[in-house]
Every structure is written in structure tokens, then in C-alpha cells.
Design a protein around this ligand. Structure first.
Ligand SMILES: *[C@@H]1O[C@H](CO)[C@@H](O)[C@H](O)[C@H]1NC(C)=O
Ligand SMILES: *[C@@H]1O[C@H](CO)[C@@H](O)[C@H](O)[C@H]1NC(C)=O
Ligand SMILES: *[C@@H]1O[C@H](CO)[C@@H](O)[C@H](O)[C@H]1NC(C)=O
Ligand SMILES: *[C@@H]1O[C@H](CO)[C@@H](O)[C@H](O)[C@H]1NC(C)=O
Ligand SMILES: *[C@@H]1O[C@H](CO)[C@@H](O)[C@H](O)[C@H]1NC(C)=O
Ligand SMILES: *[C@@H]1O[C@H](CO)[C@@H](O)[C@H](O)[C@H]1NC(C)=O
Length: 650
């Protein structure tokens, strides 16, 4: 009966479609817009579904209305209506038989209302319904039989509600469903068989919920799933092989969960994957075998984790990767040397804001297509001269904000297309050894974008100079600056500031156990110890001048001293006193050594310079006085001439 009637209306529909002009003179309800077979009613004045409208309305859309209720007869006499939407209208009640009068509906959209509950099986008459949008309401409980009978349903949207749990058979029978959105609810747990009938499902959204676990086997029947979004939950662990049936999956989002580890081989059997997000998880480690072949993955992000390192092959199966963002992992200290072995298409690599202290010289050697490399905001202290070898296409390198004191002069030798380089925010140590890179910067000024901020951090007498402005002769490469160092086997304590050191130096009168004096060339350096007198004082003399890398022969008149600070070690002194010492210039610590620099001070030269200075000042003063005197004389003469001119004698 029903069927033949329905078929009849379909025929009418077809005939009317081919003869559209016949429908033109139908009335359009007040407050609405009518356009061919569509009626759109917007505004507060709408309080019920319009009764008077064309019989041939297929689409009825009501938006921002004043409607709170759909009555038993609201949808009556609309035999051809296929799409009905009532949105943003504070709708809170639906009559239990509201849809009995319109079983032909294909799409029902009730988004953004105040619905908190539905009468039992209210949608069940809609056996041909294809789309049901119930998103952005106040739904808390979904009855287990709520979608019963909706065998033709293709799309179901329940997002932005307050659902906290779902019955295991709530989606049973929805075998044609292709899209299911459960996102932005408060779901804590999902039954393991809840999706088992959804064999045609292509998209499943469960993001922004409160899921803590995923049950084993929950996705097992979803062989057609293309998109699975489960980010922004509280998931702490994944069952092994939970994604293994998803052989058609292209997008999988797991970011912003609580995962500390991921089971071995979790991402195997997903050869079509193009997006995988696992960032923003407190990951502590990753298993040795994790990623199966995923050649279509072009972009991968792995940031905001607690990883300290990763297995060397973690990216090895992502052969199509073009962009890899492996950044903001604040505990990531080291990278395996073969980590980027197998990324023949990589164009952009971001390692910024990690905790990297060291990079293996071969780390990037196979990234022949890399264009952009971000290494900024790490703790890199030095780089091998080989590190960028092989990066033939790199045009942008960011080394900003590291702990670099120096770089090998030929480090960018093979990067012929390099055009953007930033080096600021590093404590450049402007001594002789920096001359190579200083020269390179000078010759490649246009490449170093922040060259004016690439500033010497030490030694003191070079501070605030830009590295690129340093000439070899200013770097004392002829040996006038030198360093001495010890490598104490102990961890270092914070070093005295130079003020402290000079304070000690000024109190040489304090009880000192036999200061030892080491005669070095013509100057004298006194080194003494603070250690309790119980310690054998013989220590003072155990530092033979030969342990100092002191070019004493080339520095006949230089003063220098050495500093050690190993309070626990009997081998070293912890206080250093300078008598008649040179001007203290700077110290620095690097890899357990303490470096001390002194400005070479030559008394004779200083005297000469001072003499010249005084001479110049005196000459200047004399010239000024002479000029003033001349002016005075000239003025006098002029006055006299003027007087003579105005009152000629006689
Ligand atoms: C489910 O979809 C198939 C084709 O994809 C169709 O043949 C079948 O009729 C649909 N089932 C229902 C109940 O609509
Ligand atoms: C799937 O991932 C691709 C690549 O990241 C992205 O462009 C696309 O929008 C994603 N699709 C969905 C539905 O999220
Ligand atoms: C790459 O994937 C294949 C199969 O998907 C797997 O056998 C292999 O172990 C994976 N390689 C790595 C390095 O994980
Ligand atoms: C991850 O690191 C953050 C920041 O250091 C810390 O607060 C958090 O407890 C760590 N998580 C785990 C699981 O270790
Ligand atoms: C390098 O990184 C810094 C952040 O440390 C950023 O401010 C700067 O813009 C970056 N430069 C380039 C060229 O990417
Ligand atoms: C450099 O890093 C520190 C933290 O390590 C940060 O506070 C600072 O803003 C960074 N500077 C730049 C220029 O990015």
C-alpha cells in the first residue's frame, strides 16, 4: 500500500520536474523565501512549520526561528518533502509521532537546538532516511533503540552534545552508514562491539571526548574506514594491533592523548596512510618496530612529547615524506645517526626547540633533496664540518638560539644554494679559531640574514662586536692570546665571577698555607689553595709550568695564570690569587675546562701611547689659544681701521 503510494508520488515528482512552469503560481508563506522547490524561512516571526506552501517543496529549511516544538501534524501534508532542517531555534520537544506523517524524508537536520531527549523510536518511521544531524544539542542519553530501523542511514552526526556512554548495540543494523561523528561529547568508554555492524563506515570521529581506553578489537570490522579521528581524549594505552584491520585508512589522529608508549607494530598494515598524528602525547619511548610501509605519507608531525630519543628506523618506512616536524620535544637530547637514512624526498626538516646537544656528523648526509632545515632553539655546542655535506639543495638553515661558540670555516662549503642562514642567539667566542667562519660570513653577507646580531659573547674585549666584522689581526691569531686549561674529572661547580676572583686577589693577606710561586718567564703568578691546612701543601708545587700550554718563549712579557676549581680533588686548587697580576679580562667554561684570557699589556707601549696622547692634547690646547689670540688681534686692528676711516686724521 504505502509502497505503491510512494511510487506514485515519485512519478508525480518526475513529471513535475520536467514541467517546472506548472508550479510557479504556488503561494509562498510569509517570512519565507521560495525558490523552485526549496522553501527557506528565517527569523523570530516563524513559530510553526508553514502550512501553506507548495506541494512540490522538496526542501524546507527553517533557521533561527522561534519554534520550540515539532507537533504531531507539523509535517503533515508534505508528501514530497525530502529534506527538512530546523536549526538554531531552541527546539526542545518533538512529538513521538512527529515523523509518522512524513516517512519519505531523506534528510533531517536539527542542529544547534536545545534537544536533550527524544521520545522512544521517534525516527524509526523514516526507513529511507539517509542523513540525520543532531549535533550541537544537549543530548545526554541515547536510547539503545534510537536509530532502530534506519537501515538506509548514511550519515549520523551526534557531535557537540553531552553523551557520556553508548549502548553496545545502538548502531546495530546501520550497515550502510558511511559517516559517524561522535566528536565533542563526554564519552568515557565505548563497548568493544559498538561499531561491529558498520562495515561500510568511511569516517569515524571520536575526537574531543574523555576516552581513557580503547577496547581490543573495537575497529576490527571497519575495513572500509578511511578517516579515524580519536585525538583529544585521555587514552593512556593502545591495545596491540588495534588498527590492524584498517587497511584502507588514510587519516589517523591520535594526538593530544595520554599515551606514554605505543605497542610494537601498531601502524603496520596501513599502506594508504597519508596522515598520522601522535604529537602532544607524553611519549617516553617508541618501540623498535612501529611504522609499516606508508609511502603516501608526505607530512609527519611528532612534537610535544617526552621522548629522549627515538629508534633509528622510526621514519624509515615513510619514503614519501616531504615535511617532517620533529620539534618541541623538550627532552629530546640525541638522535640516532641513521634517523634520516631513508627519506629521499624530504624537503623540510624541523628539529627546532628540542634539547639537542650534539648531532652526528653523518646525520643529514642522505637528505639530498632537503631545502629547509630548522635547528634553532636547541643546545648545540658545536657542529662537525661534515654535518651539512650532501645537502646540495638546502637553501635555508636556522641555527638561531643555540650554544654555539664557533663553527668550522668550511661547514657550508658544499651548500652552494644556501641563501638564508640565521646564526644569532649563540655565545660566539671570538678568538683566533673563529676566523674561518668570520671570514665566511664576511664573504656571504647576503646569506646571513641576521649578521648584525651575530655578536661575540666572549672574550670581554670583543663583546658586542659582530663576528662578521672581525679581522684576523684582531683575533690575535699570531699567538698573543692563549689559553690554559685543566680537565678535571669532577663535575664543575658554578664558577666564581671575576669580581669574586678579584676580591680573593685583594685579600692575599689572609692566612695562606705557603703560597707557591711559579716563575714563568719574567712575570710571577701566585697560586694558593684554600683547602684546609690538613691537605698536603705540596700540591702547590705539583703544577709544573709545562702543564700550561704556555708559549712562554713567544710571550716574554705576558702575564697569565690558571684557574682550577675542583674543591674535592686534592690534585687541584680551588682558589687562585694573582699578585701584581695583569688586568683580568675574561674566563669561560667549556666541557669541564676553564679558559682564562688576559689582554696583553705592554708597559712601554702604554707609556708611549700615553705620552703621545698628552702631547696631542697639549698641541690642541695651544692651537686653540693661538687662534683665540689671533682673533683678538684681528678684531683690534679692524676697530682701529674703522675709527680711522670714519674720522680721518686731520
Ligand atoms: C545499502 O547500500 C547498498 C548499496 O551501497 C544498497 O544496495 C542497499 O539498498 C542499501 N540498503 C538500504 C537498506 O538502503
Ligand atoms: C587527511 O589528511 C590529509 C593530509 O594531511 C588532509 O589534507 C585531509 O584534509 C585529511 N582528511 C580529513 C578528512 O581530515
Ligand atoms: C617497514 O614496513 C614493513 C612492512 O610493512 C616491515 O616489515 C618493516 O619492518 C618496516 N620497517 C621498519 C624499519 O619498521
Ligand atoms: C612529560 O614532560 C612534562 C614536562 O617536563 C612533565 O610535566 C610530564 O610529567 C612528563 N610526562 C611524563 C609521563 O613523564
Ligand atoms: C630562526 O628561528 C628563530 C627562532 O629561534 C626565528 O625567530 C627566526 O625567524 C628563524 N629564521 C628563519 C630564517 O627561519
Ligand atoms: C631562545 O631560547 C630561549 C629559551 O631557550 C627563549 O626564552 C628565547 O625567547 C629564545 N630566543 C629567540 C630569539 O627565539
Amino acid at each position: 500500500m504505502m509502497d505503491s503510494h510512494f511510487r506514485g508520488t515519485l512519478w508525480t515528482t518526475l513529471i513535475l520536474l520536467t514541467l517546472p512552469h506548472l508550479t510557479c503560481n504556488m503561494p509562498c508563506p510569509g517570512g519565507c523565501l521560495c525558490k523552485s522547490n526549496e522553501v527557506l524561512c528565517v527569523g523570530d516571526t516563524i513559530t510553526d512549520i508553514p502550512k501553506q506552501m507548495s506541494d512540490h517543496t522538496y526542501t524546507l529549511r527553517l533557521d533561527r526561528t522561534n519554534m520550540n516544538i515539532i507537533n504531531e501534524q507539523s509535517l503533515a501534508n508534505k508528501k514530497l518533502l525530502l529534506r527538512f532542517s530546523l536549526t538554531r531555534s531552541r527546539l526542545h520537544t518533538i512529538h513521538p509521532r512527529a515523523f509518522h506523517v512524513a516517512p519519505q524524508l531523506k534528510s533531517v537536520k536539527l542542529s544547534s537546538n536545545d534537544l536533550s531527549a527524544f521520545p522512544a523510536r521517534v525516527f524509526s518511521p523514516l526507513t529511507t532516511l539517509e542523513e540525520l544531524y543532531l549535533d550541537r544539542n544537549q543530548l545526554e542519553n541515547i536510547a539503545p533503540d534510537m536509530f532502530e530501523g534506519l537501515v538506509g542511514l548514511l550519515k549520523l552526526d551526534l557531535s557537540y552534545n553531552r553523551v557520556s556512554s553508548l549502548a553496545s548495540h545502538v548502531f546495530y543494523g546501520l550497515t550502510n552508514l558511511t559517516f559517524l561523528n561522535l566528536g565533542r561529547n563526554s564519552i568515557k568508554k565505548l563497548p568493544p562491539t559498538i561499531f561491529h555492524d558498520l562495515t561500510n563506515l568511511g569516517m569515524l570521529m571520536i575526537y574531543n571526548n574523555e576516552l581513557e581506553v580503547l577496547e581490543a578489537g573495537i575497529f576490527d570490522e571497519l575495513v572500509n574506514l578511511v578517516v579515524l579521528k580519536i585525538h583529544q581524549n585521555q587514552i593512556t594505552s593502545l591495545p596491540p594491533q588495534v588498527f590492524w584491520s584498517l587497511r584502507n585508512l588514510e587519516n589517523l589522529t591520535l594526538s593530544s592523548n595520554k599515551l606514554q608508549t605505543i605497542p610494537e607494530k601498531s601502524f603496520y598494515n596501513m599502506p594508504k596512510l597519508i596522515q598520522l598524528t601522535i604529537y602532544k602525547n607524553p611519549l617516553l619511548s617508541l618501540p623498535d618496530q612501529l611504522m609499516g610501509h606508508m609511502p603516501d605519507m608526505t607530512v609527519f608531525y611528532l612534537y610535544y612529547t617526552n621522548l629522549t630519543t627515538v629508534p633509528g628506523n622510526v621514519f624509515a618506512n615513510m619514503s614519501g615524506l616531504q615535511k617532517l616536524n620533529f620539534n618541541l620535544n623538550i627532552k629530546l637530547r640525541e638522535l640516532p645517526s641513521d634517523l634520516f637514512c631513508c627519506l629521499p624526498n624530504l624537503e623540510q626538516l624541523s628539529l627546532e626547540s628540542n634539547d639537542l646537544h650534539y648531532l652526528h656528523p653523518q646525520l643529514f648526509s642522505r637528505l639530498t633533496t632537503l631545502g629547509k632545515l630548522f635547528l634553532n632553539d636547541n643546545k648545540l655546542q658545536s657542529l662537525s664540518d661534515k654535518i651539512f655535506q650532501g645537502l646540495e639543495q638546502v637553501f635555508s638553515v636556522n641555527l638561531t638560539n643555540n650554544s654555539l661558540k664557533n663553527l668550522p670555516g668550511d661547514i657550508f662549503l658544499s651548500n652552494t644554494v644556501l641563501s638564508i642562514l640565521t646564526l644569532s642567539g649563540n655565545p660566539w667566542n671570538c678568538v683566533c679559531s673563529i676566523s674561518g667562519i668570520a671570514k665566511w660570513i664576511r664573504h656571504n653577507e647576503h646569506v646571513v640574514l641576521d649578521r648584525d646580531d651575530v655578536i661575540c659573547h666572549s672574550p670581554t674585549y670583543q663583546q658586542l662586536r659582530t663576528v662578521g666584522s672581525l679581522r684576523d689581526e684582531e683575533l690575535f691569531c699570531d699567538g698573543t692570546t692563549f689559553r690554559t686549561f685543566f680537565s678535571p674529572p669532577m663535575p664543575m661547580k658554578p664558577f666564581h665571577t671575576s669580581e669574586q676572583t678579584s676580591a680573593v686577589a685583594s685579600t692575599t693577606a689572609m692566612p695562606t698555607p705557603r703560597p707557591a710561586t711559579i716563575q714563568l718567564a719574567t712575570q710571577q703568578v701566585t697560586i694558593q689553595t684554600n683547602t684546609p691546612t690538613a691537605k698536603p701543601p705540596a700540591l702547590h708545587t705539583t703544577i709544573p709550568p709545562t702543564t700550561l700550554q704556555s708559549p712562554t718563549t713567544t710571550l716574554p712579557n705576558q702575564e697569565f695564570l690558571l684557574i682550577t676549581e675542583t674543591p674535592l680533588s686534592p690534585t687541584f686548587h680551588d682558589t687562585l690569587v694573582v699578585e701584581r697580576g695583569p688586568e683580568f679580562v675574561h674566563h669561560n667554561r667549556l666541557k669541564g675546562s676553564v679558559y682564562v684570557w688576559f689582554l696583553p699589556s705592554d708597559a712601554a707601549l702604554t707609556g708611549l701611547l700615553m705620552f703621545c696622547h698628552i702631547l696631542l692634547v697639549a698641541a690642541g690646547l695651544f692651537l686653540i689659544l693661538a687662534a683665540m689670540f689671533c682673533m683678538y688681534r684681528l678684531n683690534k686692528t679692524m676697530d682701529r681701521l674703522k675709527v680711522e676711516f670714519e674720522h680721518p686724521p686731520g
